[in-house]
Design a protein around this ligand. Sequence first.
Ligand SMILES: NC(=O)c1ccc[n+]([C@@H]2O[C@H](COP(=O)([O-])OP(=O)(O)OC[C@H]3O[C@@H](n4cnc5c(N)ncnc54)[C@H](OP(=O)(O)O)[C@@H]3O)[C@@H](O)[C@H]2O)c1
Length: 375
Amino acid sequence: MATVRLVHLKAAFRGWTPSPPTAWELLRLPNSSIRAFSSAMSPPSRAIVYDEQGSPDAVCKVKELPPLPIQDSDVCVRMLAAPINPSDINRIEGVYPVRPPVPAVGGYEGIGEVHSVGSAVKGLRPGDWVIPSPPSSGTWQTYLVKEQNVWHRIDKSTPMEYAATITINPLTALRMLEDFVCLKSGDTVVQNGATSIVGQCIIQLARVRGIHSINIIRDRPGADEVKQKLKKLGADEVFTEKQLEVKNLKSLLTDIPEPTVGFNCVGGNAASLVLKFLKHGGTMVTYGGMSKKPITVSTSSFIFKDLSLRGFWLQKWLSSDKSKECRDMIDYLLSLTRSGELKYDMELCPFEEFPTALDKALGKLGSQPKQVIKF
Ligand SMILES: NC(=O)c1ccc[n+]([C@@H]2O[C@H](COP(=O)([O-])OP(=O)(O)OC[C@H]3O[C@@H](n4cnc5c(N)ncnc54)[C@H](OP(=O)(O)O)[C@@H]3O)[C@@H](O)[C@H]2O)c1
């Protein structure tokens, strides 16, 4: 395990901060100063760092980061868990539009316990559970120091893995159901990528509002089991892409109305299927591109069906001064996880097994549940 030079880390993690004293300088300080200073330093942190952008399995390394000074308004958090999301991978690859400068620590959301606070911090104390809200970079490490206003205290009875994953995907599902079409009880939505966390949340958040969902998944061994799982969450219909190779898709629907809105996180054929299900005048919202294939829209979809294509990006939504609203929605979503009304598949992975979790998140081991690192 290598030690990264402090001068690089400061720039990567929090912008410039004064260097802590060297061991030699500490020896020169009177004893009282040593105590005062050392109590305002974070413990060293073990982190997943990338020094350059590239394929995550090639550029990510575990590194021991030296202690950081805890300024008056800072909170030092011992991280408990953080997920590996597709956008984390894209940031490391260098293909995400907004990404931290390298070297950087991976991760953008997670849950931690307050370890210590700066002298001016009010309302947070050691032992509290907090999440960065809005999300903030560098969560794949054991100790994270950020300003108090980054952290949102949450109810400690929340299951840890849900607290770690509540922002990026569940909030995206919630916003997309609210922001594009005025949906009312009895309406229908259609989506691909239904096995994703966003997809599972759309099913359940729609169900809570009395809204039906048509769900498209990839063909795979064990597809029937996956369909049953999604139906248990509240999905009305679940189809594999192959099942939808029919002339009249809508003949497959039983009692539910045609969807007014569709959600696409896959692209390619899976996006065309969403479009085919949509009602005249319907809207498809694209929020991901897992297949890396473009969306093809027939001319007739525009002329004869008057379909609209929109896009959603949570980061943009969050940047428009929505932090209070964001925290209220997070609290609402967390309450649903505590009551069991919102659940999704996750696999907790010990920090030491990060490379395996990363391989799973990269799709090298076939379809896998969301990987959540446990520190
Ligand atoms: N725009 C935004 O603001 C925003 C916010 C959050 C998430 N997202 C996007 O939402 C999508 C889902 O994120 P998540 O974290 O919920 O996903 P996740 O839980 O990590 O699951 C990954 C999903 O992608 C599917 N998938 C993986 N590789 C694929 C491929 N080559 N072709 C087709 N499908 C593939 C998986 O299907 P299988 O089950 O078949 O493996 C699974 O449904 C991602 O594209 C993510 O970037 C966007």
